[in-house]
Design a protein around this ligand. Structure first.
Ligand code: SF4
Ligand code: SF4
Length: 394
């Protein structure tokens, strides 16, 4: 049986999103199919940091509000929670508009920065892991991701949003420990396996293109989408962003394991066709994965080469406001980036996780591809590598 993804075209956040969300969820059974009276329900938006709603970095407060209204209507006890990558809780709630939603609807805040130890049997990387304590107290989790590009993971959607289960700086620590995006994808996949949301609602009314997840530019996609399955929802959303699913480490990890529905033909799209959703000139990040990984080389060798050819972050000193979020959030010790010391990250220390780029509030950090990277990413070389990989596998 194919998995369903329901889609609803919505032109703007000024529309009555409670009405739109009700229509979006109707083919899936409505919110009452997911929430029973008296249940504790966590709404998990993307609250990366203290960014305004119009910057398209975080899930729009109008989407969170509409979801909360439907949870309350169904009789649920509604919590909102995330562990932001940067900024204090108060600054994040104020800037994103989520604090106002919580206050107006009298919702409760679930502080995912408070850690607790968890143990899971059915995962690869995260058997014993520290996650936000409130997760264990919830009856249901509803995932409210934002559709965005991502300099490290190519794109971020429903699965990547669950990385916010990890409290505070442990997100950066895992960047340091796991080093490559392939391993990070495995960890993020573990979270979707271990604590799967009952429902996922994608905010793709205004997405982010270019150098996401915070340094890109808002781009109208004009839809909301919902599914019980994180993977299928990401497949539909990323195809609408005109991205190649093969280039997205999380979808590649899901396909390898296997977990969820990565085959677009096995997804029943309700409310629109893939062609109607597709944005043909959507601007991806400048550095899509290396064609090297298509070759049948040992992973350790690929990791070594990729770590060396990828770009180190540069700081635009004119734009920099010396907030030090990049230095404080860098998982390397001593930090590989320090605006008071140099305008470029230390290449000997930097692990190319790009957390600094993610945290910068004024887009002062760039990760322009190196000459070697640009060379490796030429379409001709990419096609050649794909052919070669195909030949060798055959
Ligand atoms: S400088 Fe930036 S990219 Fe390099 S390790 Fe630190 S946070 Fe990651
Ligand atoms: S580069 Fe960005 S994050 Fe780093 S200190 Fe400057 S403004 Fe802050």
């Amino acid at each position: 049986m194919s998995v369903q993804v329901s889609v609803r075209r919505v032109a703007s956040y000024d529309t009555d999103l409670t009405v739109e969300l009700r229509k979006l969820l109707a083919p899936l059974g409505g919110m009452r199919a997911f929430v029973n009276p008296g249940e504790k329900v966590l709404l998990k938006p993307n609250l990366l940091g203290p960014f305004a709603p119009e910057s398209a970095v975080t899930t729009h407060p109008a989407v969170v509000e509409a979801a909360a209204r439907l949870v309350l209507e169904a009789g649920g006890r509604c919590f909102v929670g995330d562990s932001s990558g940067c900024g204090s809780r108060d600054s994040v709630l104020r800037a994103t508009g989520i604090g106002e939603v919580i206050r107006r609807l009298r919702l409760e805040w679930a502080d995912l920065d408070t850690p607790a130890d968890y143990e899971f049997a059915n995962v690869r990387v995260a058997r014993k892991i520290r996650l936000g304590a409130p997760l264990a107290q919830m009856n249901k989790i509803i995932n409210l991701p934002k559709a965005k590009t991502h300099v490290q993971m190519v794109a971020t959607g429903a699965m990547k949003n669950l990385y916010g289960y990890l409290p505070g700086t442990s997100k950066s620590e895992y960047h340091y420990r796991l080093k490559t995006r392939e391993w990070l994808a495995e960890l993020q996949l573990d979270l979707a396996v271990a604590l799967p949301p009952v429902l996922n609602i994608m905010d793709a009314i205004t997405a982010m293109e270019g150098e996401g997840p915070s340094g890109g530019t808002p781009r109208q996609l004009g839809f909301l989408a919902a599914s019980v399955e994180t993977v299928a929802l990401d497949v539909v959303t990323f195809r609408a962003m005109n991205l190649d699913p093969e280039q997205i480490p999380l979808l590649a990890a899901a396909k390898r394991r296997p977990f969820g529905t990565t085959d677009p033909d096995a997804i029943e799209l309700i409310g629109a066709t893939p062609e109607e959703l597709r944005c043909p000139d959507f601007r991806p990040i400048r550095q899509l994965g290396s064609p090297l990984r298509l070759l049948p080389l040992p992973q350790s060798m690929l990791d070594f080469v990729q770590r060396r050819w990828k770009a180190v972050p540069h700081i635009d000193t004119e734009k920099c406001i010396r907030c030090m979020r990049c230095r404080d959030g860098c998982p390397v010790r001593p930090p590989a980036i320090d605006p008071e010391r140099a305008a470029v990250a230390d290449p000997a220390l930097c692990i190319k996780c790009y957390c600094c780029h993610e945290f910068c509030p004024v887009k002062a950090i760039s990760v322009n591809p190196t000459f070697l990277e640009r060379f490796l990413l030429t379409p001709r070389l990419r096609t050649l590598a794909a052919r070669l990989a195909g030949k060798i596998k055959a």
